[in-house]
Design a protein around this ligand. Structure first.
Ligand code: SF4
Length: 306
């Protein structure tokens, strides 16, 4: 690998023999943590767009969204292979008929080689799992779960709305069906020590699932986290502190786990803090330098059975 960690880009190149572009689409869902089934306010960091700022618009058809996204991204990448990513809100929260239609419509679009579905672990009932299992045999599928932290105090603070064992059950159910899983975690939640953050990393590493997304906590103006921060400012990691933490995290992860993301991705117009997250390339290059300086790589400090 050209990086010292296993990136999604390289994984997809290996799998498909060339660049694959991810197109973020809006499947028209809401979330049980917003509509009252689990909660009404949503996760504290969740924006009005359901944590999917770069997705297409739900007001237009899937084909139209694909067209728009391709246009946007084609300036950057020249490829005819795509993965449809249902990113914002909870993309398994609907009737089985809706899910079936949406997923199959998506994989039928020309050039689509796979499907990524972001959801909550408490929205994976038996019927949905069976549908995903069938899809998994027909396309390159992965399911993304927003865990964020293994610590109960932080789960309460972020208003995640489900306990850790629900995540464990979802992992088991998806693994039993050979479905690839990507877990999202947030580094930098207030009141979490570095050790606690790395405990979450180790926990996810030990699920032996396919992938992970590391997000740096960022505060967007259109979130409750912003209001909280205004009243109770908490310390935010500097870029340098974050780089050291992510390098430590990468060393702890299994070496074949696919690292989809190593930093946050807020919207420039809405981002309040930390501003350094806007310069993603700088974060990536500083991380490369840090790992090189340590002569280190993914999996170097992997601990079994945390
Ligand atoms: S589960 Fe996702 S969509 Fe729902 S409130 Fe939390 S971050 Fe937002």
């Amino acid at each position: 690998m050209s990086k010292r960690y296993n990136t999604l880009n390289e994984e997809l190149r290996r799998e498909f023999g060339g660049k694959v572009m991810k197109l973020s689409l809006d499947g028209g869902f809401t979330c049980p943590n917003r509509d009252g089934k689990v909660g009404t306010k949503g996760c504290i960091f969740c924006s009005e767009e359901g944590s999917g700022e770069f997705a297409g618009s739900r007001l237009v058809s899937l084909e139209e969204q694909v067209k728009e996204q391709k246009k946007l991204l084609s300036k950057k990448w020249d490829t005819d292979k795509y993965i449809i990513y249902f990113q914002n809100f909870t993309n398994t929260y609907g009737t089985i008929e809706k899910l079936k239609r949406l997923y199959y419509d998506a994989i039928d679009i020309e050039g689509v080689v796979g499907l990524a579905i972001a959801t909550r672990p408490d929205c994976l009932g038996e019927e949905t799992l069976e549908l995903l299992s069938k899809l998994n045999k027909e396309t390159y599928l992965w399911v993304e779960l927003g865990l964020q932290t293994i610590h109960e105090k932080s789960a309460r603070f972020i208003r995640r709305g489900y306990p850790l064992f629900i995540y464990d059950e979802a992992i088991k159910n998806l693994k039993d069906r050979n479905i690839k899983v990507v877990t999202h975690i947030i580094l930098g939640l207030p009141d979490e020590s570095k050790e606690e953050m790395l405990d979450t990393v180790k926990y996810v590493g030990n699920t032996n699932t396919w992938g992970i997304k590391l997000h740096s906590l960022y505060i967007q103006r259109d979130t409750d986290l912003f209001d909280y921060y205004m009243k109770n400012p908490f310390s935010i990691m500097s870029r340098e502190e974050y780089i050291v933490l992510v390098a430590d995290a990468i060393e702890l992860l299994p070496k074949d786990m696919v690292i989809h993301r190593v930093t946050g991705d807020g919207k420039k117009e809405l981002l309040y803090e930390p501003k350094w997250t806007l310069d993603k390339l700088r974060v990536l290059s500083m991380l490369d330098k840090e790992l090189k300086l340590r002569n280190s790589h993914q999996g170097k400090n992997k601990i079994e059975n945390f």
